[in-house]
Design a protein around this ligand. Structure first.
Ligand code: GLY
Length: 350
């Protein structure tokens, strides 16, 4: 059965969720795009598993198809890889009515989306997220971009997809570590907006297709309210302030979900120290993260972390922006002074 969640942003689009959607991807793309050429962008992990299926399906739907496969990993998420996508787009050649298909996880979606946003000043992109992280979060809402030496996601564009095709069957082939990583974003979504969903995750210790749909509904509600992150959308960054600092500290070799997991526990502690987050929230978050096999702390000293925090785009003249929980299922954002952070993040502070 296919579930449709429609996202009403500046351009409305459907997120289709259903087992077995992948072989029919071409027909689904045809419903929203009338182009001749399609460029599939995928990575060296996902391409060997699914690119043939999607390519055949697009061909059957009348597209002339080319597939570009880049080396899997956050290290590829940079302008040099986007330039390679442009070269492939020129070889197709992709015209204004044509299509880029992002087949893969968060890195693929962000980068292929950015290429689509900028090629010929913007062409259609269909997101086919194959990781849990991409299905619950990054494929929806139109954030696209790349990392630079100066920081993560500093170059990008808001570019909504024409369609998102989310097939939970693709999660069966995920390596355990990648699946676990995606669980962090699903837990984050529940923590900021859906207490009942969080309780289900606590009880189940796994993320079911129904929970994925519930996360998508939360994401839809948030991006419909605030497409360009002027306010409410910042709440989706819960755990990401410390998370991004850790990723930079480890030169992006620490998986995003693991960094966010540590960041969520830290944010719960900061919220407690500020009198915003109830004391039982931090241990509840830590327990569920442990249950999912995610880390809850990191040995980097707080003073060292500050160097990486202040280089982030969430840092500005008055401090660093944090998303904090007022309870499980509800969040606010606050600016925190770096000097206080060091004290709160130092274990002896307890
Ligand atoms: N992943 C956070 C956002 O889409 O705003």
């Amino acid at each position: 059965m296919t579930h449709t969640i429609t996202v009403h942003t500046s351009s409305a689009y459907d997120v289709l969720c259903g087992s077995g959607l992948l072989p029919g991807a071409g027909e689904l793309c045809r419903r929203v795009n009338r182009g001749v050429h399609a460029l599939i962008v995928t990575d060296s992990h996902v391409g060997p598993l699914y690119a043939d299926t999607v390519e055949r399906s697009l061909t059957a739907a009348g597209y002339q198809v080319r597939t570009f496969t880049f080396r899997a990993g956050e290290q590829s998420k940079r302008l040099a890889t986007v330039e390679e996508i442009y070269e492939q787009a020129a070889m197709c050649p992709l015209h204004r009515d044509d299509l880029i298909v992002a087949l893969g996880g968060g890195v693929t979606g962000d980068m292929a989306g950015f290429a689509a946003a900028t090629w010929l000043r913007g062409i259609d992109v269909v997101q086919i997220p194959t990781s849990l992280l991409a299905q619950v979060d990054s494929s929806i809402g139109g954030k696209t971009g790349v990392d630079t030496v100066a920081g993560k996601n500093l170059v990008g564009a808001f570019w909504q997809p024409r369609l998102v095709i989310s097939d939970p069957d693709t999660l069966d082939t995920l390596p355990d570590a990648v699946r676990t990583e995606g669980a962090a974003e699903a837990i984050k979504t529940a923590l900021i907006a859906d207490e009942e969903l969080f309780a289900q995750m606590e009880a189940a210790g796994t993320i079911t297709p129904e929970m994925i749909r519930r996360c998508i509904a939360v994401k839809r509600d948030v991006v419909e309210q605030d497409e360009r992150e002027a306010g409410t959308r910042k709440l989706l960054n819960f755990g990401h302030t410390i998370g991004h600092a850790l990723e930079r500290r480890y030169a992006y070799r620490l998986p995003h979900g693991q960094a966010v997991a540590v960041g969520m526990v830290a944010a719960a502690r900061i919220g407690r120290c500020m009198g915003i987050t109830p004391a039982d929230v931090e241990p509840r978050i830590a327990a569920v993260l442990r249950r999912f096999g995610l880390p809850v702390e990191d040995p980097v000293p707080p003073e060292q972390l500050m160097t990486f925090l202040t280089a982030d785009k969430k840092h500005h003249a008055s401090g660093v922006d944090f998303v904090l929980l007022t309870r499980i299922g509800s969040a606010v954002w606050r600016t925190v002074e770096p000097a206080q952070l060091v004290a709160w993040l130092t274990p002896q502070a307890d």
